[in-house]
Design a protein around this ligand. Structure first.
Ligand code: GLP
Length: 260
């Protein structure tokens, strides 16, 4: 796992955008794994800018979202499919038919989840997966205790996650209890994992994920199993890391040819 500590959220967004741009420019059929939440917002802003000003094209890309709420009415602005459209996909040249999200309206939930897994596989798997981390260490909506081998399925949010996400809703009671999320096993199949975290509120979760034991109690610790995982942090989110000095030394002395 590589840990990169940068001065602030904009620098985190630029570095993450570099990794996404590299995939868009080198893969014939790039497959992007997109996350919602506030963590990737600077990345999406930077990608929009590069699309506008530097001709970065998403025309051949396919995108898969990590997760989706269950039961939000059609047209609700907090449906993750609506959020990603607003932040990125409708604002670049990524065709709507190639943006996929778990079907939070499905009558047959297990079938919808299996179809989602099959769609990711049919697209050739995810090249780069953007990830945030919950304050409780969740990845996607895999709450603590989630199987490290899990696939896309329904989950129940913890009270803490519902409280964390209440800021996006009219009130805490409006936050759905149920979600569909890619499993940890699904996420680990992506070829490159890019976890983004900013702000002091993430420092404990980041420390547990990066330097704590591999454990379902901290789902993001599953990144320790992945052969190509990059954790990009601002100074505040890196505050709890015991080996921060070492990570800075490694990144500072990295050969230019290596990329992220
Ligand atoms: C949310 C999302 C996750 C996200 C995480 C952190 O509930 N389901 O995909 O990474 O929690 O959110 P934020 O980036 O807003 O802090």
């Amino acid at each position: 796992m590589e840990v990169v500590i940068l001065p602030g959220a904009d620098a985190v967004g630029r570095l993450a955008a570099d990794a996404v741009e590299a995939v868009l420019r080198t893969r014939e059929r790039p497959v992007l794994g997109l996350a919602t939440g506030s963590s990737p917002l600077a990345t999406y802003a930077e990608l929009r800018r590069r699309h506008r000003e530097a001709g970065l094209s998403f025309a051949h890309a396919t995108a898969f979202l990590l997760d989706e709420y269950v039961g939000l009415p059609a047209g609700h602005p907090q449906r993750y499919r609506a959020v990603i459209d607003a932040e990125l996909t409708s604002r670049v040249d990524l065709h709507d038919s190639r943006v996929h999200s778990p079907d939070g309206d499905a009558a047959d939930v297990p079938a919808a989840c299996a179809a989602y897994e099959a769609a990711i596989a049919a697209a050739g798997g995810v090249d780069v997966q953007l990830l945030g981390i919950g304050s409780d260490g969740h990845l996607g909506f895999n709450e603590p205790g989630s199987s490290l081998a899990s696939r896309t399925r329904i989950k129940t949010l913890t009270a803490r996650t519902r409280a964390d996400n209440a800021r996006f809703f009219a009130g805490p009671d409006e936050v759905p209890h149920h979600v569909l999320t890619q499993g940890i096993g699904t996420i680990l199949d992506a070829r490159h994992l890019l976890l983004l975290a900013t702000g002091e509120g993430k420092a404990d979760a980041v420390a547990a994920a990066v330097e704590g034991p591999l454990a379902a109690a901290c789902p993001a610790s599953a990144l320790q199993l992945h052969p190509h995982a990059t954790v990009v942090l601002d100074e505040a989110a890196a505050k709890g890391l015991a080996r921060a000095g070492y990570y800075r030394e490694v990144y500072g002395g990295k050969p230019a040819w290596q990329g992220l």
